[in-house]
Write a protein that binds this ligand. Structure first.
Ligand SMILES: NC(=O)c1ccc[n+]([C@@H]2O[C@H](COP(=O)([O-])OP(=O)(O)OC[C@H]3O[C@@H](n4cnc5c(N)ncnc54)[C@H](O)[C@@H]3O)[C@@H](O)[C@H]2O)c1
Ligand SMILES: C[C@@H](O)[C@H](N)C(=O)O
Length: 373
């Protein structure tokens, strides 16, 4: 009998029935093939040696984007600095490099991923690498490779090494035939952009691995995020970040969406807290593995009105980008996140007025610091 199959049978006897109530009956075929992924059974022996009460040892992929550094800061406060590794394929700025640990990790390189997970005894993986909606539509082939092939690598490494895996999805996982106001967790999902298609794929594959192989997959459908100290990576909701920079620098802003375009949005601190909370939630409290989360819903016009309260000379004009507008017009206007609120107690802290005050205060104090130096 081939060694891999023998190992698999022994591991199957040791594992028994996982928490989800489904049997890990047979390994995915690729683990028994000639690919580097054939070590699943023996990897499970190793993970069984670690204490369940250990603090998680975390890897964040795509960590130099809008969300990753903030997540690393939050997790480091919670679990300790050395327990959280930030990774990306880009060169980190000085302050991130020196705050360590930072390493190079390309999610398209499976061996590189496995080496990092093994060498650092990773137990939790936050998979943030992606091409966002507008950038993805401009480069479909790369978006398909990073968002779909890259995800397969992540799922396999997580399944082989028994990791708890967080993969963000998005409002972009819905399309023009979905109910848009509000959009529930379970409804028609027929997005027409590669970004959305790849995210529906991620949701379904993650859930499949959960039910089929017992992978502890957790996924939140994020709305658009507003952050003060990090730049977005080419999405449709980016206007809601750029508006603050331009309002303070020039007193005016040219918006690439129509004034009445309503989208679900959230302040970054709420996003990062939700992400940690769903990862810490007891498995039995999760009636689903993919949840909508939301905080507020506004249009460029609503946001401009709120900015005007702080910057009275502020002016907004429109120069609509047809690709971004088409994407936004197919997305939810309002997100129903009642299941997240019911199951694991999700509650947002920031509504529109608090969000605008927070971001403007951040930039205001930044400017004063810059002037003083
Ligand atoms: N920012 C938002 O408003 C928002 C909303 C919904 C969902 N999300 C999701 O959250 C996650 C993080 O979003 P973000 O805004 O930080 O994205 P971002 O575009 O700012 O950053 C993505 C990062 O992925 C990295 N990356 C690209 N190819 C890679 C590869 N081959 N290997 C490793 N890294 C690679 C990039 O260098 C970049 O730093 C994404 O999955 C995104 O879809 C974000
Ligand atoms: C909403 C989201 O996934 C991202 N901010 C984008 O616009 O592409």
């Amino acid at each position: 009998m081939p060694v891999a199959r023998l190992l698999w049978q022994v591991a199957g006897q040791m594992l028994g029935s996982p928490a989800c109530g489904c049997w890990i009956a047979t390994p995915p075929l690729r683990f028994l093939g000639t690919s580097p992924r054939q070590i699943r059974a023996d990897a499970n022996f190793h993970s069984a040696l670690f204490s369940e009460t250990d603090q998680p040892r975390v890897l964040i992929t795509g960590g130099l984007g809008q969300l990753g550094v903030g997540l690393a800061n939050l997790l480091r406060k919670r679990f300790g600095k050395d327990k959280v590794i930030l990774s990306d394929i880009r060169k980190p700025p000085d302050h991130i490099f020196h705050s360590r640990p930072f390493i190079y990790s390309d999610i398209l390189d499976y061996k590189n991923l496995r080496e990092i997970v093994v060498n650092n005894r990773i137990t939790w993986l936050f998979h943030y690498s992606a091409l966002l909606s507008a950038v993805g539509e401009a480069n479909v082939s790369l978006a398909r490779t990073v968002n779909i092939t890259g995800l397969h690598n992540i799922l396999d490494v997580a399944a082989e090494h028994n990791l708890r895996l967080f993969v963000p999805s998005t409002i972009g996982a819905f399309g023009p035939t979905s109910p848009r106001n509000p959009t529930p967790d379970l409804c028609v999902q027929r997005p027409r952009m590669i970004y959305g298609v790849s995210k529906v794929h991620a949701e379904l594959m993650g859930e499949y691995y959960h039910y089929r192989y017992g992978l502890d997959f957790r996924c939140l459908r994020y709305p658009g995020f507003i952050s003060a100290d990090s730049q977005p990576g080419g999405g449709t909701t980016d206007y809601a970040v750029q508006i603050f920079h331009d309002a303070l620098k020039n007193g005016k802003f040219e918006c690439n969406l129509k004034p009445s375009t309503r989208l679900p949005m959230m302040y970054i601190d709420d996003c990062l807290r939700a992400t940690l909370e769903v990862m810490e939630a007891p498995a039995e409290s999760l009636s689903m593995r993919t949840y909508n989360i939301n905080a507020m819903s506004f249009t460029p016009e609503d946001l401009a009105q709120e900015v005007l309260k702080h910057v009275p000379e502020f002016q907004i004009t429109n120069n609509v980008d047809s690709v971004r507008q088409a994407i936004a017009d197919s997305w939810p206007m309002n997100f129903d996140d009642s299941n997240a609120r019911k199951d694991w107690g999700w509650k947002h802290d920031f509504d529109l007025p608090e969000l605008v005050t927070m971001v403007l205060n951040f930039h205001g104090s930044d400017t004063r610091v810059a002037q003083a130096n």
